[in-house]
Design a binder for this molecule. Structure first.
Ligand code: DON
Length: 561
């Protein structure tokens, strides 16, 4: 028996090693059809780590945890330990769950902390450096997610430790990002870090992150305690003291991830399972879809001026409601049922005039009722579990502050609060009291990890980064599939348009049809061409066949078998 087993195990080990991605030589794979499981994420090495975990017996949640940990190493722009995120999962046994690991305002934060003596917002303070960081939630979220996985954290974290310790070849986009922000990394940090070197970064250079590897080892050994107390928490507090930030060891020890009931609704016979507050994404998505559900989009055609105009007007109204009502549900009472009520949404769009914009100043929030860097990953496994995760540091490389001795970047998520009513944030979003800063409060987010069921089974697992554009990208991804019957690859790669009530313009990607742009302009819409935004990761399951797509816009890559 033993003589038979040994060669078999050796063969399995060798096959499995051969399937692992070489961290010094790899490339993006944008599309695949898989039979058993698939991952789509922002980086080939992270997707590879997730696929490997499923090969070794992990489920989709285990894989999603391993992908996030790997992204924290290989995709420092957005992958993170020092940020936060949301997980939406649909388990094969029919349970749906979301985990909220959004950052929180530190205990010493206060409402007007980003205003100068004249009461004007000082944007640099909420966006750059130590004061911009909220208390990180990611590690707590990963540990909480483990309730739905089966492998030990030490196994899930192993690929990330190797990548941090032995290094990996950086992509062209990463080299560009690190070079572009070199001066900020120097100006905003109190100690040397792995992202700054004497000569410019080149594609293929090896990035080694020893401090980060040590932090990952502490997490592997002690779980959440390896991050929120002891050495890591001490290093965070010391970094704050050196750099003038306010996160304390007490803030770190107090952080908890929250399991929340998903937002679930129907759209044209499909069940949409998505993120509730403190994401504005789920509510926004439900509002936008609700405002186009009865409109004959398919008759007018994909990217026709009529269809696009109707969708823009739905977006305008949803963002007006967002600004007025939405905030952390643990702090403010939000009239979610009213805002998402089918009849309310029909009435909300009733003043829409075909061929004519509704100026934003004429569109106030409904009621009254009583009462730029992020990353997404999608995973499905062979057992029928589906996981959708969006996670972020907020801006590219967050606050640019690397925790001295701990090697991870801190977020600049505090800017997602409304620092002053009506003052736009990094994404031009405005808000009011509902999203004002308060100690322990979570800042409102747009992140919208989403799972769509068809006949009760996972059909689409999707999401994207992109700040305020996240919700409108998701809106288009769902409409493109469900209404226009588009194939998965064309859907992800289709040019996007975006409107958010304020500012008034409609943003389009440069590949957006010129004739529709001209038609919208003729109607009176101010249209601006923007550089590509969003990086949609889509997994679709059609008749048992898994299709995985990585967005052309980044290093995004799929893996599976
Ligand atoms: O939570 C939010 O809505 C933002 N902090 C997300 C930032 C983002 O997507 C940046 N990506 N390009």
């Amino acid at each position: 028996m033993r003589s038979f087993l040994f060669p078999l195990l050796l063969l399995l080990a060798l096959t499995s090693a051969a399937q692992q991605v070489d961290p010094y030589h790899y490339s993006s794979r944008k599309y695949m059809e898989a039979k058993r499981f698939a991952v789509s994420s922002a980086h080939p090495l992270a997707s590879g780590a997730g696929a490997q975990i499923m090969r070794e017996g992990g489920n989709a949640v285990d894989a999603a945890i391993a992908v996030q940990l790997a992204l924290a190493v290989v995709y420092p722009q957005a992958g993170n330990l020092g940020g936060g995120g949301f997980m939406v999962a649909r388990m094969a046994d029919g349970r749906s769950v979301t985990i909220d690991y959004r950052e929180k305002a530190p205990g010493r934060s206060h409402r007007d902390m980003y205003l100068d003596s004249a009461g004007n917002p000082v944007t640099a303070r909420s966006l750059e450096g130590h004061l911009a960081a909220g208390v990180p939630g990611t590690v707590a979220g990963l540990v909480a997610s483990q309730a739905y996985g089966r492998l030990p954290l030490s196994k899930l974290i192993a690929p990330a430790i190797v990548l941090a310790e032995k290094g990996f070849a950086i992509t062209e986009q990463e080299a560009h990002g690190l070079n572009r922000l070199r001066d900020m990394f120097i100006r905003l940090n109190t100690q040397p870090n792995a992202f700054v070197k004497d000569t410019p970064w080149k594609t293929g250079d090896t990035l080694i992150q020893q401090d980060l590897a040590n932090t990952l080892r502490r997490i592997a050994k002690k779980g959440g305690k390896g991050f929120y107390s002891g050495e890591t928490a001490r290093l965070v507090a010391a970094e704050m003291r050196r750099g003038g930030g306010i996160i304390t060891e007490t803030d770190m020890a107090a952080y908890k991830a929250v399991v929340r009931q998903p937002l679930e609704f129907m759209f044209r016979g499909y069940t949409v399972i998505t993120m509730p507050l403190p994401s504005s994404g789920g509510i926004g998505l439900q509002q936008m879809l609700g405002m186009v559900e009865d409109f004959p989009l398919e008759k007018t055609g994909f990217h026709s001026p009529e269809a696009v105009q109707r969708m823009i007007e739905a977006e305008r109204r949803a963002y007006a409601d967002r600004a007025e009502y939405l905030g952390d549900p643990d702090f403010v009472k939000v009239p979610v049922a009213q805002l998402t009520d089918k009849k309310y949404l029909q009435e909300r769009i009733a003043d829409y005039v075909a061929g004519k914009p509704s100026p934003s100043k004429s569109i106030k929030a409904g009621g009254p009722f009583e009462s730029t860097e992020t990353t997404h990953l999608s995973v499905v496994d062979a057992e029928g579990n589906a996981v959708s995760v969006t996670t972020t540091l907020n801006g590219s490389y967050g606050s640019k502050v690397v925790v001295g001795g701990a090697g991870f970047l801190l977020n600049n998520e505090m800017d997602d609060f409304s620092v002053k009513p009506g003052a736009p944030n990094l994404y031009g979003l405005i808000g009011t009291e509902a999203n004002a800063i308060a100690p322990g409060k979570r800042m409102l987010s747009c992140m919208t990890p989403t799972i769509v069921l068809k006949n009760g089974k996972p059909y689409m697992v999707t999401g994207t980064p992109g700040g305020s554009t996240i919700i409108t990208s998701l809106f288009q991804t769902l409409v493109n599939d469900i209404v226009f019957g588009m194939d998965a690859k064309s859907n992800v790669n289709a040019p996007k348009f975006h409107h958010q009530w304020w500012p008034e313009d409609v943003r389009i990607e440069k590949e957006f049809p010129a004739a529709t742009k001209a038609a919208l302009e003729k109607m009176g819409y101010p249209v601006k061409v923007g550089s590509p935004w969003s990086r949609t990761e889509l997994i679709r399951i059609v008749d048992g066949k898994i299709e995985a797509v990585g967005d052309w816009r980044g290093d995004d890559s799929v893996a599976g078998e």
